[in-house]
Design a protein around this ligand. Structure first.
Ligand SMILES: *Cc1c(COP(=O)(O)O)cnc(C)c1O
Length: 230
């Protein structure tokens, strides 16, 4: 059990608590999802030993491998990456949450493939808040209709919205994008939804996201270190 992951986790918790208190939000309002993509299963064990229970993965193949390697640990799995429609089954059968639902076909397949013996799959609708062409996520003006569609699917539980803002250090731009997601959630709730989740904020901008109302932050680098892609 390496000390460095434990130390990194506690400093991320400190940042979250500080941001919660600066925003006058209750302590514990924000859940930390540890994003373990590209890191080995042992890094997850290590973080688990330090009390972390919720982990985020982006790639279906890597998720599949880690499920097998970690089947002795009751990890709370969050799938946060783009999903191709022919790869939904393993996610439907094993994830507790999917943050990256951005079109009807994926939502319909996840619902159809969610086993009856499991609770409904918690999902967030991913929104492209920056308007970048290359980004996953539905357009802000599609949110209401997709939210209605997902709410009608029997094996999904729509919990809220998720975004990945533009990669910029410009806090004002980031703040506007987080605040757009937050106001889209409020609009849905004023139309009769009862959504409780805003999944936004990563290693570099979680403080800002918490200030704008994040209830889940997805943090990789600040816990596990820099990623090295093969
Ligand atoms: C990789 C990733 C993260 C974590 O990013 P860091 O900057 O390493 O904290 C969060 N969310 C999504 C969707 C990701 O793909």
């Amino acid at each position: 059990m390496s000390n460095s992951i434990g130390a990194a986790l506690s400093s991320v918790h400190d940042r979250i608590h500080q941001a919660e208190s600066q925003a006058q939000r209750p302590s514990g309002a924000v859940q930390l999802i540890a994003v373990s993509k590209t890191f080995p299963a042992d890094a997850i064990r290590d973080a688990w030993q330090h009390g972390q229970r919720a982990f985020g993965e982006n790639y279906v193949q890597e998720f599949t491998d880690k499920l097998e390697l970690l089947k002795d640990l009751p990890v709370e799995w969050h799938f946060i990456g783009p999903i191709q429609s022919n790869k939904t089954r393993i996610v439907a059968e094993h994830a507790h949450w999917v943050h990256s639902v951005d079109r009807s076909k994926i939502a319909e397949r996840l619902s159809a493939q969610r086993p009856e013996t499991m609770p409904a799959l918690n999902v967030c609708l991913q929104v492209n808040v920056s308007g970048e062409d290359s980004k996953s996520g539905c357009a802000p003006d599609e949110v209401a209709s997709l939210a209605r569609l997902i709410s009608g699917l029997p094996r999904l539980q729509l919990r809220g919205l998720m975004c990945i803002p533009e990669p910029t250090e410009d806090h004002e731009r980031l703040g506007r994008q987080f605040s757009l997601l937050s106001s889209l959630l409020q609009q849905l709730n004023s139309q009769g939804f009862t959504l409780d989740t805003l999944s936004m904020g990563m290693s570099s901008d979680l403080d800002l996201a918490v200030r704008e109302g994040a209830t889940m932050v997805r943090v990789g680098t600040a816990i596990f270190g820099a990623r090295h892609y093969l």
